[in-house]
Design a protein around this ligand. Structure first.
Ligand code: PHE
Ligand code: ZN
Length: 869
């Protein structure tokens, strides 16, 4: 289904050069004003663009406008049609004599044939746009780079019955009807913006409206636009938006700046959501929720993404990026801001645990493999491949470290300075760090290495006790591993929050300290250590590093019970579990006692928040255990982990039943406390099932049937899906029929099966790929099945290579429709160096087959060729 437009749009990989950060040049031409007229039609949309252009340098260069997949139907300069334009590559080159002109172009595009979901496309009868990073060039000819800021006036004309709602950036200024059944609307955005923030939407949409008054008294009309039947499901998102607007005023002093703020939800979307100025467009999974169809996890994610996109209005839109190498300037900072928002809505400790778990699941493996790149990359072939956990989540950790080093007051002064100084401009990561320095008076020269050096630092930490002197000596040493293109690394600045506890009394021996480790090795001496000390290090995960400590199982168990930092307590338990699981994987002789005792103590401590307990008693994932090993043996890891789960389930059987029963009953409420109880209940159910108890499937099925909410229902379904009971088949069947037609819930049905720990998951997933409801055309569905399967370490890495073949087949098929989403499925294959030679050969074979595919996109080409290394 590769259509003609796509064929023009994609240069052959061989012709694809990498773009380097050092090649940045300011634009030769600026575009102060842009007027766009859209004659909207799914089969043929006419776009007329009128750009006022002004020369920005003395080069005398012609005007170069980016395009992709279209041809100019007409080009006019200062109102006169010209024919000395030419096409070079995909650029429209217009020779211009003077320093200021008006350029008008006309193109025709076909949104209904746009399967890559970049530019103007159709999703379920709605016409919508996605322009970040380089989608605007698929709509019209333009200098499609983030440092060209323009003021946009937009006119849309469309069939009034099919597209009764017409939205664009900024404020609505005029609307009317034509006598041929069409109507029109005009929107103006007073804020100059880069083309990647352009958006329009046309469709038959219903709205949930809200009102927000900003701190200076501006009234803002809020609107969340969805299909008519879904309005009831937007309440949570609207509430989250109102909370986020107030939070950004209170915490960062940032106020909204237009009279309207609109959000539109569409079903087909490559990412989570997009921060277009005044008109955010969302993947519907991050808007629609009610208790019957969305889990607590979904509710949390919706609030986080709504806040994230809203926060971009300042960190992204008012101040944008000079070039795409600076992507983390807006993404890292905005993730840091949304994490702070979410932390303030409930338990900050649990939020931090979730964020670190996410970082370890997605970013650490990236940093340790062939796709590793710095937070500010040096080069790329396709920028779409750099919307990564490194740019987003490690980028957020960098901001967090600066906030830790500066302290809250100086950090706020620094962000104020940044927002004031760079408002209305396209800035760099360097600009941000310079504000941090200027406002605090601190020198962050060495800290900047965090932006340029890839790889997760490893810190060896060893505490010794000189009992006679009442002293303890902490030796710290850091090592940043080699990554592609960066064989040698310099020591970084690592802010490590540290505290020492007494093993006998359980008391803290002195206050917490913030140690800035900025050399390869360093020694810290603690005085007044009158009993055997136990080290608590990297508390709160103050630096995104891997700690290698020689703490014994007893010390870790001690910290898991006594540390006053909840994150450190969680971390001690994780380390204890990890040490146990790694030892079992390698040696095959489990010694589970320390873990079982520590888990028992945690379950018995009634002072703890159930949400925290649920996190603390969960075992590290198979993938994370694999990441600790030079060679991943997926079967041995699975056996070790299942063995420990079973041992915990059996030895603590009464406690799991008690935890399961203890959760209060009653109708669904979304609150931190209620969420915590539900979470602990699902975790307890998992351990009851892991114990092999006869009644496990009965209990799970009863929970499945009685649940008045998706959290409990999906929790039970997930437990059943891992097993072989009749109840499993019944529950999957009931679930499927109950939610037939609700694509977001059917995604869960696919995903739950793809994540199953059953022995035959690979075969079941291959069958599901032939299910009538499976389609690669919808990114959510593709990720629910193929993406989830790639994350199922044991099933994906089946020794016969069937998992690799399946992924490669799906990826190659998807690449023809949607290269950006296809490329995101590839990373599981990039781990081949970590596997035995048989598996490695099979994985390489899959990658080589991908690279050899005719017509491959540069998105997939870049990921596959880098993975082969
Ligand atoms: N900028 C979006 C965000 O982080 C992500 C995105 C990137 C969406 C590219 C679409 C395309 O919020
Ligand atoms: Zn973002």
């Amino acid at each position: 289904m590769l259509d003609a437009l796509n064929a023009i749009a994609q240069p052959a990989p061989a012709a694809t050069g990498a773009i380097s950060r050092h090649d940045y040049r300011p634009p030769a031409w600026l575009v102060p004003e842009t007027r766009l007229v859209f004659d909207l039609d799914p089969a043929a949309t006419r776009v007329t663009a009128t750009l006022s252009v002004t020369r920005n340098d003395a080069s005398g260069d012609p005007l170069r406008l980016d395009g992709a997949g279209q041809r100019p139907l007409a080009v006019r300069v200062d109102g006169v049609a010209i024919d000395d334009w030419r096409i070079e590559g995909e650029q429209l080159v217009v020779p211009l004599a003077g320093d200021a002109h008006t350029i008008e172009t006309e193109v025709e595009i076909a949104p209904e044939r746009n399967t890559q979901l970049m530019g103007l496309y159709a999703s379920g009868g709605i016409l919508c746009t996605q322009c970040e990073a380089e989608g605007f060039r698929r709509i019209t000819y333009f200098p499609d780079r983030p440092d060209v800021l323009s003021r946009y006036a937009v006119r849309m004309v469309a069939d009034a019955a099919r597209y009764p709602v017409l939205l664009a950036n900024g404020d609505p200024v005029a609307a009317g009807t034509l006598d041929d059944g069409r109507h029109w609307a005009e929107w103006n955005d007073p804020f100059p913006k880069p083309s990647y923030l352009f958006a329009l939407v046309a469709g038959d949409l219903a709205v949930n409206r809200g009102q927000f008054t900003t701190q200076s008294g501006r009234g803002v009309d809020l609107g969340i636009w969805v299909r008519a039947g879904d309005v009831e499901k937007t309440r949570h998102a609207l509430h989250a938006l109102e909370l986020a607007m107030a939070w950004d005023e209170r915490v960062y002093g940032r106020e909204y700046d237009l009279d309207v703020f609109n959000i539109v939800a569409v079903d087909d979307f490559n990412f989570g959501a997009m921060e277009n100025k005044g008109l955010n467009i969302f993947n519907s999974r991050y808007i629609l929720a009610d208790p019957d169809t969305a889990t607590d996890y979904d509710y949390d994610a919706i609030a986080a993404v709504v806040a994230h996109e809203y926060f971009h209005n300042w960190s992204g839109n008012r101040i944008t990026c000079r070039d795409w190498f600076q992507l983390s300037l807006k993404e890292g900072f905005t993730v840091y801001r949304d994490q702070g928002f979410s932390a303030d809505q409930g338990s900050a400790a649990v939020k931090r645990i979730e964020d670190v778990r996410g970082l370890r699941a997605a970013q650490f493996p990236e940093d340790a493999g062939p796709l590793a790149h710095p937070v500010r990359p040096e080069s790329y072939i396709e920028i779409g491949n750099f919307y990564t956990a490194t740019i987003y989540n490690k980028g957020a950790e960098l901001i967090r470290m600066m906030a830790t080093i500066l302290g809250p007051q100086a950090f706020r002064a620094a962000t104020d300075l940044y927002f004031t100084r760079f408002d209305g401009t396209a800035a760099t990561c360097e600009d941000f760090v310079a504000c941090m320095e200027e406002a605090s008076g601190r020198d962050l020269t060495q800290f900047r290495l965090w932006y340029s050096q890839a790889g997760t630092p490893r810190v060896a930490a060893s505490l010794s006790h000189q009992a006679g002197d009442g002293r303890a000596t902490l030796r710290l040493a850091q090592h940043v591993p080699a990554t592609p293109g960066q064989p040698d690394k310099q020591p970084m600045v690592l802010p490590l929050r540290i505290r020492v506890f007494g093993a006998e009394t359980g008391r803290a021996l002195g206050d917490e300290q913030l140690v800035l480790l900025d050399e390869a090795a360093s020694t810290i001496v603690f005085d007044g250590i009158t009993e055997r000390p136990v080290l608590s290090v990297n508390r709160g995960f103050s630096a995104p590093v891997i700690i290698e400590s020689d703490r014994s199982a007893a010390d870790l168990a001690f910290l898991s019970a006594h540390d006053d930092d909840p994150f450190a307590r969680y971390e001690a338990m994780q380390q204890l579990m990890l040490d146990t699981l790694v030892a079992t994987t390698i040696e095959g002789r489990p010694d589970n006692d320390a873990v079982i005792t520590a888990v028992a103590n945690t379950l018995d401590d009634r002072t703890l928040d159930p949400a925290f307990v649920a996190e603390a008693v969960l075992l590290p994932s198979e993938g994370f255990i694999g990441d600790q090993l030079a060679m991943v043996d997926p079967e041995a890891i699975f056996r070790a982990r299942e063995g420990l789960r079973r041992a915990l389930g059996l030895r603590l059987a009464d406690r799991w039943r008690d935890a399961y029963e203890r959760a209060p009953d009653g109708p669904y409420v979304y609150s931190p406390a209620a969420k915590g109880h539900r979470r602990l209940r699902s975790v307890a159910l998992g351990y009851i099932a892991a114990s092999g108890a006869d009644d496990a499937a009965t209990i799970a099925f009863r929970q499945f049937e009685r649940a008045d909410n998706m959290t409990d229902r999906q929790g039970a379904l997930g437990t059943l899906a891992n097993g072989y009971s009749d109840e499993r088949e019944a529950a999957l069947d009931i679930f499927y029929h109950r939610y037939a037609g609700n694509s977001l819930v059917i995604d869960k049905w696919f995903q739950t099966q793809a994540l199953s720990s059953r022995d035959d998951t690979g075969r079941l997933v291959a069958d599901l790929a032939r299910h009538p409801d499976f389609t690669l055309a919808n990114p959510n569905r593709a990720r629910a099945l193929v993406g989830a399967f790639g994350a199922n370490q044991r099933a994906f890495n089946a020794a016969d290579g069937s998992g690799y073949r399946f992924l490669a087949d799906q990826l190659i098929a998807l690449d023809k429709l949607n290269p950006q989403t296809a490329a995101k499925l590839l990373p599981p294959l990039a781990r081949w160096r970590r596997f035995d030679s048989d598996r490695a050969a099979l994985m390489r074979g899959a990658l080589e087959r991908i690279v050899a595919t005719p017509g491959l996109s540069k998105d997939v080409f870049e990921q596959a060729s880098k993975s082969l290394g």
